[in-house]
Design a protein around this ligand. Structure first.
Ligand SMILES: [Zn+2]
Length: 377
């Protein structure tokens, strides 16, 4: 008999972290120069804030915002020349926020659920306020990736982070546009919410071969050229949505082997907000009646006149998640808000995450960021 008739051993449905202690950052900086700042958002949620001390109190500061389920680690890859290296060499003081969607924190798996409204209203403004208290009159820039950038656009349109010296937005800003099948699968994934699944893991080794997640990994493995299940669910399927998060060949082997550490589980309960945003083709507020969120505009694109900061929109030409959202954003803003200082730069041959994680990102991407900052420091 080929098939086993004994039932597979029962495994826990999920292994989740419940402590709010931050997982340590992985970097090759002098530990004495890395200041871990105890930090909470305005609604009391424990976040992570890190400053790289350069010993030079006159440098412009740059706040880095990661994407959802990633973390500040995405800017500190020890295996390659990373954005923090490039900023340090160019005379900046890097600050890194782990907002509540960071995989260094437990909130994607446990604890209080949130929407992107909370990030825009509480996390980002609190970080900017704290940094300003520390740096005084020095210029403060922001470089933001994916949902970090999308939520920043909502903070900016709400007037909650005025006076930034410049913003670099990667992947998506005010006009989110998802790949067609991503959009479709998001509604399918929404159906999973009705089951006991509330987040999509990426680390197959933790999930195990026999679990209720197995079909998701199996789906992601179809037509995959890479045998690594974590890579498959990210590169081929973006947590089951069907999108692609990076151009495979742009990652070094070391980064490829760390994907499960760099990108954590994705919560499914965020999908209704993401779905509303995607359908509106604009960053829209989730909470319509809760007065605590009234500082946020119902629609960030409609409130874009409030933006008072030069913006560089960056996107890889092969972005498999947000497609040409940034090009669209540039066109829409040029038409509707011609007074804004917004430019668009496309990176040939790059996807989404590889604009920061790619082995050649220092040469192909970071120069555009440094040029933009350098003109405004
Ligand atoms: Zn792979």
């Amino acid at each position: 008999m080929i098939f086993k008739t004994t039932p597979a051993p029962r495994r826990p449905l999920r292994r989740v972290r419940t402590t709010t202690a931050l997982r340590p950052l992985r970097h090759r900086l002098d530990p004495a120069r890395v200041e871990d700042i105890p930090f909470r958002a305005a609604d009391g949620v424990r976040l992570g804030l890190t400053r790289v001390d350069t010993g030079d109190g006159g440098r412009p500061a740059v706040l880095l915002l990661h994407g959802h389920t990633a973390s500040a680690d995405m800017f500190l890859l020890p295996e390659t020349r990373n954005l923090v290296d490039a900023l340090l060499d160019d005379g900046y003081e890097p600050w890194l926020l782990d907002w509540r969607g960071s995989c260094r924190l437990p909130y994607n798996e446990t604890g209080r659920r949130y929407t992107y409204d909370d990030v825009a209203l509480y996390d980002i403004p609190a970080a900017v306020t704290h940094i300003r208290e520390r740096i005084g009159e020095r210029p403060l820039f922001v470089v933001a990736h994916c949902i970090g950038s999308l939520t920043l656009s909502l903070s900016m349109a709400a007037g909650l982070v005025p006076g930034l010296a410049g913003v670099v937005s990667q992947g998506v800003f005010l006009t989110p546009k998802l790949a067609g099948r991503t959009s479709l699968r998001m509604s399918v994934a929404g159906e999973l919410l009705k089951t006991r699944i509330d987040h999509i893991p990426v680390d197959f080794r933790k999930v195990g071969l026999w679990s209720r997640y197995t079909p998701l990994f199996a789906l992601a493995s179809r037509r995959a050229s890479c045998p690594d299940p974590t890579c498959q669910i990210l590169h081929n399927s973006a947590w089951g949505t069907g999108a692609s998060l990076f151009v495979h060949e742009n990652l070094s082997e070391a980064t490829h082997d760390r994907l499960a550490e760099l990108l954590g589980p994705a919560p499914l309960w965020i999908l209704p907000h993401l779905r509303r945003i995607e359908l509106a083709r604009s960053v829209v507020r989730w909470h319509d009646t809760d007065h605590r969120y009234r500082a946020l505009p119902p629609n960030a694109l409609d409130a874009a006149a409030r933006i008072d900061t030069p913006v560089l929109l960056l996107a890889g030409s092969e972005n498999g998640l947000w497609l040409d959202s940034q090009k669209l954003c540039h066109e829409v803003l040029a038409h509707r808000q011609p007074q804004l200082d917004v430019r668009y730069t496309e990176i040939p041959g790059y996807g989404h995450l590889d604009t920061f994680l790619g082995r050649g990102a220092a040469l192909d991407v970071f120069g555009h960021i440094l040029d933009f900052l350098g003109e405004r420091r």
